[in-house]
Ligand binder design. Sequence first.
Ligand SMILES: NC(=O)c1ccc[n+]([C@@H]2O[C@H](COP(=O)([O-])OP(=O)(O)OC[C@H]3O[C@@H](n4cnc5c(N)ncnc54)[C@H](O)[C@@H]3O)[C@@H](O)[C@H]2O)c1
Ligand SMILES: O=C(O)[C@H](O)COP(=O)(O)O
Length: 391
Amino acid sequence: MVYTVKTYNNINQVGLRELGNGFQIDGDQKENPDAYIIRSENLHGVDFPDNLKVIARAGAGTNNIPIDVATDHGIVVFNTPGANANAVKEAVIASTLLSARDYLGANKWVNTLTGDDVPSQVEAGKKQFAGTEIAGKTLGVIGLGAIGARIANDAVRLGMNVIGYDPYVSVETAWGLNRAIIRATEIQEIFKNSDYITIHVPLTPETKETFNREAFDLMGKDVTIINFARGELVDNKALFDAIETGVVKRYITDFGTEELLNKDKIIVLPHVGGSTEEAELNCAIMASQTIRRFLETGEIINSVNFPNVKQVLTTPFRITLVNHNVPNIVARISTRVSDAGINISNIINRSKNDHAYTLIDLDESDEEKVKALAAGFESSEHIIKVRIIKK
Ligand SMILES: NC(=O)c1ccc[n+]([C@@H]2O[C@H](COP(=O)([O-])OP(=O)(O)OC[C@H]3O[C@@H](n4cnc5c(N)ncnc54)[C@H](O)[C@@H]3O)[C@@H](O)[C@H]2O)c1
Ligand SMILES: O=C(O)[C@H](O)COP(=O)(O)O
C-alpha cells in the first residue's frame, strides 16, 4: 500500500524522509491525498478532499486549520509539540536584548555617518544609545508550555526576576521550572509587575486580545511587550495608546500588519520565530513520523483533536473508526463484529468531547470477511471514518 501526501509551505525535505518508502509525496494523487503536511497555510474555508485522513501541522499553532470541521470529517490533526520551541526561545531572548540596547537604532544611525572622522563622530554620538541591562529586571511570561518554560528558565540564568502565568500548566513542565520563577495566580500580576512581558499561548477565543486596554492600564512605565505567539493576542489600538502615554517602551512582534509597520518603538519581524534549519528539520521529522505511525498502525500520538491511542498491532487486521461519542456505541460496534463471525482480540475506545476513536484488533485472517465488516461500518449511524490496517 502506498500512501499519498500533499505538502504545503516549505517542509524540510530531509525530515520528510521519515515517511519511508511507503509514501508518495506531492505526486499525481496530491489533490486527493491521505495526508497533508502543512505549516502556516490557511485552511479555513477550504474543502477537504474525501480521501484525507490526517493533517500534520509541522509547527505548534493550529489556528490556521479549522479543527472542528476536520473533526466532523473524521480527520485527525497533529502538531509537533516543542519541535520549534528552542528557535522561538532564542528569538525572544534576542528581542529582550534588542529592546534593552536599541542595537537596531544604533546601527541605523552609524550607517548615516560619512567622512574621515567617523570614529570621532561615533564617540561623540554614542551616548544617545546608552541602554539598560536585562539582569535584575522582571520578565513576565504568559503561557508556560514548550516555549514559555524554556524562556522562563533561561531568563533566570540571565539574572532576570521571572514571573510565570499559566493556569493550565502541565505537571511535566511544572517539574522542569526553575524554583526561582514566581508563580502568578492571576494574569494581572504579570501586567502590574513586569518590565518585559512575553506571551506564548495558542490563539483561542479566551486568549484573543490578552493585551487590551485593561491590561495596559495595569502596567507601569516603559514596559517591553514581546509577541512571538500570534498577532491577534494584542489589541493594536490599545497598544498604540499605551506607546503614546509611555506605558509601552517597545513592542516586538513576529506578526506584521500594515498598521504596525514603520513605527517608532515597534519592531516587526516576518514570522521567523520558528524559522531555523534545526527547527524546520525537527518539525518535519516529527510530522512525518506521526503521520507514518497513524497511517501504518492507526496509533494516535500528539493529536490536537483526538486522544492518544497506542496499541501494538499483533493480529492480522485492525479496523479503526472515528465515531460520534454516543452512549452504547462500543457495545454496538462489538455486536457488529461478533455478528460477522469475527473475534475481537482487543478493542480501545477513547473519546474527546463529541467524537471518539476506536481501534479494534481482529482475530481474523480472511481479508474478504474483514472488508465486509468494514463496509458495514461505513454505512452505520455515528461512524464517520473507517480504515482497515493490515499487519
Ligand atoms: N513565531 C513563531 O514562529 C512561533 C513558533 C512556535 C509557536 N508559536 C506560537 O506560540 C504558541 C505557543 O507555542 P508552544 O510551543 O509553547 O505551545 P505549548 O502548547 O507547548 O504551550 C502553550 C501553553 O499555553 C498555556 N495556555 C493556554 N491558554 C492559556 C491562557 N489563557 N493563559 C495562560 N496560559 C495559557 C498552555 O497551558 C500551555 O502550557 C503556539 O500556539 C503558536 O501560536 C509561534
Ligand atoms: O506555530 C508555529 O509553529 C509557528 O508560528 C511557526 O510557523 P511556520 O511553520 O509557518 O514558520
